[in-house]
Design a protein around this ligand. Structure first.
Ligand code: GUN
Length: 295
């Protein structure tokens, strides 16, 4: 039987409706207008499309959003100055600097400069540390979106063998950490594979839940997964261009190969991607409420 398709579009829609309703009531009851700024340096086409999607979603949910687009020659000092201005701008509750940054800019310096109370990406070391300890904080959007998808799809994580392929700061490390915590969507036994793992297939074949965030198109085939596994595909790889000019996307998992063996799978596009953006909106709402002392 083909796998159940875990639709990020459907799940994100339900959460976005909840957020939009809360934005309306915040405006009506408290005169509070949540605000987000996205900062993009350079002209990476993938980053441009992610940032455009983030702003479009913010507008659709009634969240004030500003987009700052800077040339790739922007210096680190100039970028830090812009971050500093938004740190003290009361109309902006969330600051997102799109990654990756051009090579001449030190990513850590920029992420550390964002006020942790406005760090809606959850990348500041204060928030990373709190996440690790299981304290209340902004959770990084993609891992948080994966947790929501699993939970809202009724997938049991307690006691599950979870294998994560990829050890990035944005996805691999935080999702592994969150899923081993004693929390809803956690309590799993987690293994993380990376480029120096001796036998990746040995691990992926043991996984009840396989999360792939490696950035390699269609790298996971049916013979690398267990019968009935749940597959979460975080990859977004541009493998061509349609006649319309639109990019053709593929995940890190060979969907067509795996779909008859897995029990559930997230598609690309339409799986994890919409959840990442939705969690960003949720964090922006939370940041606005915290700034106003609400909730
Ligand atoms: N680049 C890829 N994913 C992300 C993300 O979640 N946040 C930011 N800021 N940059 C990214």
């Amino acid at each position: 039987m083909p796998a159940k398709i875990i639709s990020g579009i459907e799940t994100a829609k339900a959460i976005r409706e909840e957020i939009a309703a809360e934005v309306v009531s915040l405006k009506q009851l408290h005169g509070l207008n949540p605000g987000l700024v996205t900062i993009l340096v350079g002209q990476d086409p993938a980053s441009e499309s992610y940032v455009a999607a983030k702003n479009k979603t913010a507008h659709a949910l009634g969240i004030h959003s500003e987009q700052v687009t800077l040339p790739s020659e922007t210096s680190e000092a100039e970028l830090l100055q812009i971050v500093s201005e938004y740190n003290s701008n009361p109309a902006i509750h969330g600051i997102l600097v799109q990654l990756p940054l051009p090579r001449h800019i030190n990513e850590a310096n920029v992420l550390f400069a964002i006020d942790p109370a406005k760090d809606v990406d959850g990348f500041h070391p204060v928030n990373v540390g709190k996440m690790m300890l299981g304290e209340q904080c902004f959770l990084p959007c993609t891992p948080n979106g994966i947790l929501e998808l699993l939970q809202r799809s009724g997938i049991e994580t307690a006691g599950a063998e979870v294998v994560v392929v990829g050890r990035s700061n944005i996805v691999g490390k935080p999702i592994a950490n969150l899923m081993l915590q004693k929390r809803p969507g956690g309590n799993a036994t987690v293994t993380v594979c990376h480029t120096r793992t001796k036998d990746v297939d040995y691990h992926t074949r043991r996984a009840d839940i396989l999360i792939v965030a490696a950035g390699v198109a269609k790298m996971i085939k049916a013979d690398q997964i267990k019968e009935g596994a749940v597959i979460i595909d975080v990859g977004v790889n541009r493998i061509g261009q349609a006649a319309s000019g639109k990019a053709i996307l593929a995940g890190d998992v060979d969907f067509a190969d795996v779909v008859t063996k897995a029990s559930a799978i997230t598609p690309v596009p339409g799986g994890v991607g919409p959840m990442t953006i939705t969690m960003l909106m949720k964090n922006t709402l939370q940041a606005a409420k915290q700034a106003a002392g609400i909730g």
